[in-house]
Design a protein around this ligand. Structure first.
Ligand SMILES: NC(=O)c1ccc[n+]([C@@H]2O[C@H](COP(=O)([O-])OP(=O)(O)OC[C@H]3O[C@@H](n4cnc5c(N)ncnc54)[C@H](O)[C@@H]3O)[C@@H](O)[C@H]2O)c1
Length: 219
């Protein structure tokens, strides 16, 4: 079961998490007017293992790299987008239109990754029927019915930790299959539902530890 949680559609989460990194890097290279890229250069720039990069790219691209020339950047970008489903737009709803929810609702970049937040739900009557980033905030009690009717498959949780499981249960009951969770809590979901946790504390802990070690070593 634990093993299954590390896999998404037969691919390891770690691999899946590297693909958007490659995508972003390649877009940057394209902006700099590069047309081709080699696996060793990508690996060195991204501080990754070269064999790993080659393996990941072999999984997403049909064309493969050419000796000396490497990969065509445009083709590689297109292949990664196709692999990750960036071209199929999935509608998402957000639960909890507070500070973080507001930031996500006003961010325009998610559509590039195939996700469109269509509306939000909140239990605070003062927020209901207002709009944030052009998206309507609806009463939490309407979540199940509306998500079911609209066939929504992605739910974003930005409520306080103590309300997150409740929000999650309603999303799952409404037919949501993938949850992007920002609340610092482990959510219990049925086996067919994928939870992607965004835990900023983990990233901050890594930064703190790095600085602590660097100070100890006098770097
Ligand atoms: N703000 C950040 O930068 C940040 C960063 C990392 C993680 N988080 C996490 O994200 C979550 C939200 O943080 P925030 O700072 O935006 O909080 P917030 O208090 O500003 O917003 C929470 C919102 O959720 C609503 N809400 C509460 N219970 C609800 C329920 N049962 N159903 C529907 N709506 C409900 C509230 O009315 C409020 O609008 C928290 O779990 C927090 O730990 C926040």
């Amino acid at each position: 079961m634990e093993e299954k949680r590390h896999m998404v559609g037969g691919i390891s989460r770690k691999t899946l998490e590297r693909l958007p990194v490659y995508h972003h890097y390649l877009e940057q290279k394209e902006k700099e007017k590069s047309e081709t890229i080699s696996a060793p250069l990508m690996a060195a720039d991204l501080k990754l293992n070269e064999v790993q990069v080659r393996k990941d790219l072999a999984m997403v691209t049909k064309t493969g790299g050419k000796p000396k020339m490497g990969y065509q950047i445009r083709e590689l970008i297109r292949d990664i987008e196709e692999f990750l489903g960036y071209h199929n737009t999935n509608q998402a709803v957000l639960v909890g239109a507070g500070s973080l929810g507001k930031a996500l609702l006003t961010y325009r970049g998610f559509e590039q990754y195939g996700v469109e937040i269509v509306m939000a739900f909140d239990s605070d009557g003062r927020k209901v029927n207002t709009k944030i980033g052009g998206k309507l905030i609806l009463p939490f009690v309407k979540l199940e019915n509306l998500c079911q009717r609209m066939n929504i498959h992605i739910g974003i949780i930005t409520v306080p930790a103590h309300s997150a499981q409740e929000a999650c249960d309603h999303l799952v009951a409404a037919g949501v299959k993938a949850i992007w969770n920002f609340a610092p809590i482990h959510l219990k979901v049925p086996g067919h539902v994928l939870v992607q946790n965004e835990n900023m504390a983990v990233s901050l802990a890594a930064l703190s530890k790095y600085l602590y070690e660097a100070e100890k070593e006098g770097r």
